[in-house]
Design a protein around this ligand. Structure first.
Ligand SMILES: Cc1ncc(COP(=O)(O)O)c(C=O)c1O
Length: 402
C-alpha cells in the first residue's frame, strides 16, 4: 500500500501567493536578473532603535523564559492603554490576547470559534490568508465581491444577502490589504447595523494598518463606533506594520473574555507563547514615542503619489489613490483576455504579472490571489528611485501589449 502522509486539510489550502512572488523575485535576483520586487507586504524602514534597545535590555535582564500563553501582563496592560488612548475602547486585561503576529491571533480566533460548516463572510479583494485560515478551521469562506466604483468596500445591502443561520463572522479590514481602501465612521456604523438584526453573527475588525493613513483620514474601529456590540466584535491589531516590526512577530486582539480564554487554550497547546523578547520590544513600541510614524507616513504618501501617477499614465491601466496601507490595486482588465505580448496571449491577471516579471523585471501580485481577477497589487514600501524605475518599466511593457 502506498503511504499518503499529507492530510486533506493541507491539500485544500493554497500557499500564500504574496510570499511566493517575493520568493520568486529573490530567486531571480540571486540568478543575476535585475528584478524590482513590489510584492512584499512589509515596510522597508528599519525597526526604530529605542524598540531594539528594549529587546536587548530584556535579553540582558533574563526575560528569556516561557511566558503566560497569551502574553505578559505588562504588555497586556500596555495594549489596554493603547486601545483606550487611540481608539477610546475599554478592554479589561482578560479581554486581551497576544500572539505571534496578527496572523496567529486571527488563526487562533478562527480555530477557537468555528465549527465544521460555519460560514465566514470575506469581502473580496481580501488579504490572502483569510479564506485559507477559515478552511483550516473547517469553516466555509463566503466570498463577497466588491467593486472598484465603491472603492472595494462592502455595503450593508450586500452583507444582508450573504447572511445565513450558519454565518459566524464577517471580516472587515480597514485600511485594506490589498486595496488601501478605508471605511469612514458612517460606513462602519452602517455595516454595524447587521449585528442589530443578526444576534448570531460577529465581526472581526482587522486594524493592522490603523496607523498608516493619509490625506488627514481619521481612523476609527468598529467596536468604538457600536459599543453596544463590543462583545461580538474581535478587534485585531499588531506592531508589524506601523512600527516596522514584521520579523518580531507580535500581534494582539481585544474580544470577549470567553473568546480570549479559548484562544489562549489553543496557543498554550501550539506555540506556548509569543517570543518573550519580542513581547518586551512590542511593549516599548506601544509606550514609546511615535513621531517616526508620521515621518514614515509622509514618505509612504509621496511614494503612493509617485506610483499611482505613473500607473495612471500607463496604457490600459488605472487605479484609485487610496487613503491607507502601502498598496495600490490597479486594474489591468483592458490588457488581458485576448491581448498579446511577445507573441503570448495574456489571458488573465496572472499571465499579465508573469509578463511584467519577464519583460519588465518587476514583481507584483495578481489580483486573483486576493479574490479579484483583472487587477494586481503593487506594494510601494520601497524607495522613490526604485518606484520610478519600476513604474517606467511597467509603462514600457504595457506599450508593447497589442
Ligand atoms: C490585512 C492583514 N492582516 C493581518 C496581517 C498579519 O500581520 P502580522 O502577522 O505580521 O501581524 C497582515 C500582514 O500582511 C495583513 O496584511
Amino acid at each position: 500500500m502506498k503511504y499518503n502522509f499529507i492530510s486533506d486539510r493541507v491539500k485544500s489550502i493554497k500557499p500564500s501567493q504574496t510570499i511566493a512572488v517575493t520568493s520568486k523575485a529573490r530567486e531571480l535576483k540571486e540568478l543575476g536578473k535585475d528584478v524590482i520586487g513590489l510584492g512584499a507586504g512589509e515596510p522597508d524602514f528599519d525597526t526604530p532603535i529605542h524598540i531594539k534597545d528594549a529587546a536587548i535590555k530584556a535579553i540582558k535582564e533574563g526575560k528569556t523564559k516561557y511566558t503566560a500563553a497569551d502574553g505578559v501582563l505588562e504588555l497586556k496592560e500596555a495594549i489596554c492603554e493603547k486601545f483606550l488612548r487611540d481608539n477610546q475602547l475599554g478592554y479589561d486585561i482578560d479581554e486581551i490576547s497576544v500572539g505571534a503576529g496578527g496572523k496567529q491571533v486571527l488563526f487562533n480566533a478562527l480555530l477557537a470559534t468555528i465549527d465544521k460548516g460555519d460560514e465566514v463572510i470575506i469581502p473580496a479583494p481580501y488579504w490572502v490568508s483569510y479564506p485559507d485560515m477559515v478552511v483550516i478551521a473547517e469553516g466555509i469562506p463566503v466570498i463577497l465581491e466588491t467593486s472598484k466604483e465603491n472603492n472595494f468596500k462592502v455595503t450593508l445591502e450586500q452583507l444582508k444577502k450573504k447572511i445565513t443561520l450558519k454565518t459566524k463572522w464577517i471580516i472587515i479590514n480597514s485600511p485594506s490589504n490589498p486595496t488601501g481602501s478605508v471605511y469612514s465612521i458612517d460606513e462602519l456604523k452602517e455595516i454595524g447595523k447587521i449585528l442589530d438584526e443578526h444576534p448570531h453573527v460577529g465581526i472581526i475588525s482587522d486594524d493592522i494598518y490603523e496607523k498608516i493613513v493619509y490625506d488627514n483620514f481619521q481612523f476609527s474601529t468598529l467596536a468604538s463606533i457600536i459599543p453596544q456590540h463590543k462583545n461580538r466584535i474581535l478587534t485585531v491589531n499588531g506592531v508589524s506594520k506601523a512600527y516596522s516590526m514584521t520579523g518580531w512577530r507580535i500581534g494582539y486582539a481585544g474580544a470577549s473574555k470567553e473568546i480570549i480564554k479559548s484562544m489562549a487554550k489553543i496557543q498554550s497547546q501550539s506555540t506556548t507563547n509569543p517570543s518573550s523578547v519580542s513581547q518586551y520590544a512590542a511593549l516599548e513600541a506601544l509606550q514609546g514615542e511615535e513621531d517616526f510614524i508620521e515621518k514614515n507616513n509622509q514618505m509612504f504618501k509621496k511614494r503612493r503619489d509617485i506610483i499611482s501617477d505613473i500607473i495612471n499614465q500607463c496604457k490600459g491601466l488605472s487605479v484609485n489613490k487610496p487613503k491607507g496601507a502601502f498598496y495600490i490595486f490597479p486594474s489591468c482588465s483592458e490588457l488581458i483576455g485576448s491581448k498579446t505580448a511577445n507573441g503570448i496571449v495574456l489571458k488573465d491577471d496572472s499571465a499579465f504579472c508573469e509578463y511584467l516579471i519577464e519583460e519588465a523585471g518587476v514583481a507584483v501580485v495578481p489580483g486573483s490571489a486576493f479574490g479579484k481577477k483583472g487587477y494586481f497589487r503593487i506594494s510601494y514600501a520601497t524607495s522613490d528611485e526604485l518606484l520610478i524605475k519600476a513604474g517606467n518599466r511597467i509603462k514600457d511593457a504595457c506599450k508593447k501589449i497589442t
